[in-house]
Design a protein around this ligand. Structure first.
Ligand SMILES: *Cc1c(COP(=O)(O)O)cnc(C)c1O
Length: 397
């Protein structure tokens, strides 16, 4: 007999995007004459930067020749990419890391989902609500008890450390779905919480490249002492349009020590052991593409793409402000998080926006209890659609 993992029976149905798709399709079928615009997109829409495409083409040519074929690569990633990460993502921000503290991967979803492998299932887990669903679901799959930390309008949707003690804490800044960005003091409060309680912070920085305010931290390691308590996840998905290419990395500083049964265990060593057992490395072609993101031309092109999404987000935010609809985000983030007007529920507002403006967004309650009555729009659309959608907000009754 083969028993299934009973933890999977405790997962909540992932019905958010399916339900959005269902309602949208029904509406379009009933009103074929209306042009429906989606501002619910959680994926990039601009093509890869030309410098990235060039680098990947060259890498394919390398693979086509016997003398320059790359087979299995290092589990942690190629030096040519690790060096760029150390130099540009960290040293430039005053953070000193060693190459051996960085693990290149196929993206932040896998890493935020897999990191649980190195932690005991008895650890208690704290997750800021609303949240990227991966954090909750992967912990439920492995049978850990999860506590949700409410983030609300009152605290600007920024998680505040509780009094109670937890082993693992997931944080995401700039946040998906709320667009809230934590400042240095707010991050520092979590670092001191982690030190006080012996907790580990799992910091998702997938949207770091959208930060334009120089006063805001781009890495949790900009906070003094964070290396002893934090793991950081990064991704080229939103940074460089790699959602379909697949590349990211995870940072585990050497200072990070966990409590083992036979004494202290080094988290970096445990993750290397995990990766070398279950992962055979990110493709050479992909890593060549990622390296180009740091070259002079590549970094300019990638920044221009992010600027474009940020401008879209600013246009949406201004449109909402002009109509007196309260929202946060929309700066240093591609996401705009709005409070549904007239006390509407997330799904009632979804239906009204679709019916009256022919615009699709994402109901906030799909991201957790604290998303009830809130709604997510994104800057990932085209300029034309973004402007058109904003002008249609006037039709809201
Ligand atoms: C998009 C996103 C990621 C990135 O996932 P990849 O697997 O690297 O594409 C990670 N975290 C959050 C919160 C995201 O929205």
């Amino acid at each position: 007999m083969a028993y299934s993992n009973p933890n999977y029976e405790h997962l909540k149905g992932a019905y958010l995007f399916a339900e959005v798709a269902k309602r949208s399709t029904q509406y379009k079928q009933a009103h074929p004459d209306r042009r429906v615009i989606s501002l619910g997109i959680g994926d990039v829409t601009l093509p890869l930067a030309p410098a990235v495409v060039d680098a990947m083409h060259k890498a394919v040519d390398d693979m086509a020749r016997k003398e320059s074929l790359y087979g299995y690569g290092p589990y942690e990633g190629y030096d040519f990419l690790l060096e760029q990460i150390v130099e540009h993502d960290y040293k430039a921000r005053g953070v000193t890391l060693d190459k051996s503290e960085i693990f290149v991967s196929d993206g932040a979803k896998s890493d935020t989902g897999n990191i649980g492998d190195i932690f005991c299932t008895r650890n208690s887990v704290l997750i800021a609500d609303p949240a990227y669903p991966v954090y909750i679901d992967t912990n439920v799959m492995s049978g850990r008890s999860v506590t949700l930390l409410p983030c609300t309008e009152e605290n600007g949707f920024v998680p505040v450390p509780p009094k109670e003690s937890y082993g693992l804490v997931y944080l995401c800044s700039p946040n998906n779905p709320t667009g809230a960005v934590m400042n240095k003091e707010q991050l520092a409060a979590w670092v001191s919480y982690a030190k006080q309680h012996g907790a580990v912070l799992l910091f998702d920085g997938a949207y770091e490249a959208f930060i334009r305010d120089p006063a805001l931290p781009r890495s949790i390691y900009e906070v003094e002492g964070a290396k002893e308590v934090a793991i950081e996840f990064r991704s080229y998905s939103k940074t460089a349009g790699f959602t379909g290419v697949r590349c990211g990395y995870t940072v585990i500083p050497k200072e990070l020590t966990l409590t083992g049964e036979g004494g202290p265990m080094n988290a970096n060593r445990l993750w290397l052991r995990r990766q070398s057992t279950k992962y055979n490395g990110t493709s050479y072609i992909t890593q060549r593409g990622a390296k180009a993101v740091y070259d002079a031309e590549g970094s300019r092109q990638v920044k221009a793409n992010i600027d474009f999404y940020l401008e879209n987000a600013a246009i949406i935010k201004k449109g909402l402000d002009d109509r007196g609809i309260h929202c946060i985000g929309g700066a240093n983030s591609p996401y705009i998080w709005l409070k549904c007007p007239d006390g509407l529920s997330s799904w009632d507002f979804f239906d009204r926006l679709l019916d009256e403006c022919n615009v699709i967004g994402t109901p906030g309650e799909g991201f957790g209890e604290c998303g009830k009555g809130w709604f997510r729009l994104t800057g990932f659309g085209s300029r034309e659609d973004t402007l058109e959608a904003v002008s249609r907000l006037n039709r809201l009754k």
